[in-house]
Design a binder for this molecule. Structure first.
Ligand code: E4P
Length: 216
């Protein structure tokens, strides 16, 4: 399973990229708004660090024809740009047209198997099921990933699954076990993934044992 960083923060993107573990970045209007930066400027900065950026059509764009126009303009910013579209009837129409033009698409805000299936049939490169938000309403987010992965496999669908709305390292293990293609993770979860108290304790002991015999 590949890892994407779910962030619009340039410093976080730089730091995660230095670890050599991320293959792409996802953003959404809420995290872009949190940074308070111009969208195009942010994408341009992002593309100087990472080769697989993502840009979402504005949440205020409701009709397919406008999503298509906006999607084309986002795609023109970088050869590997992935255009994020909402999983709505208009989003599906836009996905169908943009995909036929060879533009990569990511159908976001997926909360059910039928939505994922429709996105795949409309030609989406990626679907993004939001598992944390499903857990938030006392349902099983990981089960959704399992179901989508199973069905995509049965029908040999090439649409890749991006596990989104990841809230903890346990989600990462669950997603990887389903054979999902990608998990997009906030920087704080990457920090959680690398951390283990026994690693810290072990390193402290190595340091003390070494210093006791060899000094600094
Ligand atoms: C994915 O593309 C989204 O940005 C994302 O994972 C949203 O997660 P949240 O539910 O933590 O906002």
């Amino acid at each position: 399973m590949k890892l994407f960083l779910d962030s619009a923060n340039i410093e976080e993107i730089k730091r995660a990229n230095e670890f050599g573990i991320i293959c792409g970045v996802t953003t959404n209007p809420s995290i872009i708004a949190k940074e308070g930066k111009d969208f195009k400027e942010m994408i341009q900065q992002m593309t100087q660090i990472i080769d697989s950026p993502s840009g979402e059509v504005k949440p205020t764009t409701e009709e397919a024809k406008d999503m298509i126009r906006e999607g084309r303009s986002i795609a023109s910013l970088h050869p590997n740009m992935v255009v994020k579209l909402p999983t709505t009837p208009e989003g599906l129409k836009a996905c169908h047209v943009l995909s036929k033009e060879g533009i990569k698409t990511n159908l976001t805000l997926v909360f059910s198997v039928p939505q994922a299936l429709l996105a795949a049939r409309a030609g989406a490169t990626y679907v993004s099921p939001f598992i944390g938000r499903i857990d938030d309403i006392s349902m099983d987010g990981l089960q959704l990933i399992k179901d989508i992965a199973q069905i995509f496999k049965i029908y040999n669908l090439s649409t890749q699954i991006i596990c989104a709305s990841i809230r903890n390292a346990y989600h990462i293990i669950g997603c990887a076990k389903t054979g999902a293609d990608i998990a997009t993770v906030p920087y704080s979860i990457i920090e959680q993934m690398v951390k283990h108290p026994l690693t810290d304790k072990g390193l402290e002991k190595f340091k003390n044992d070494y210093i006791a015999v060899f000094g600094e």
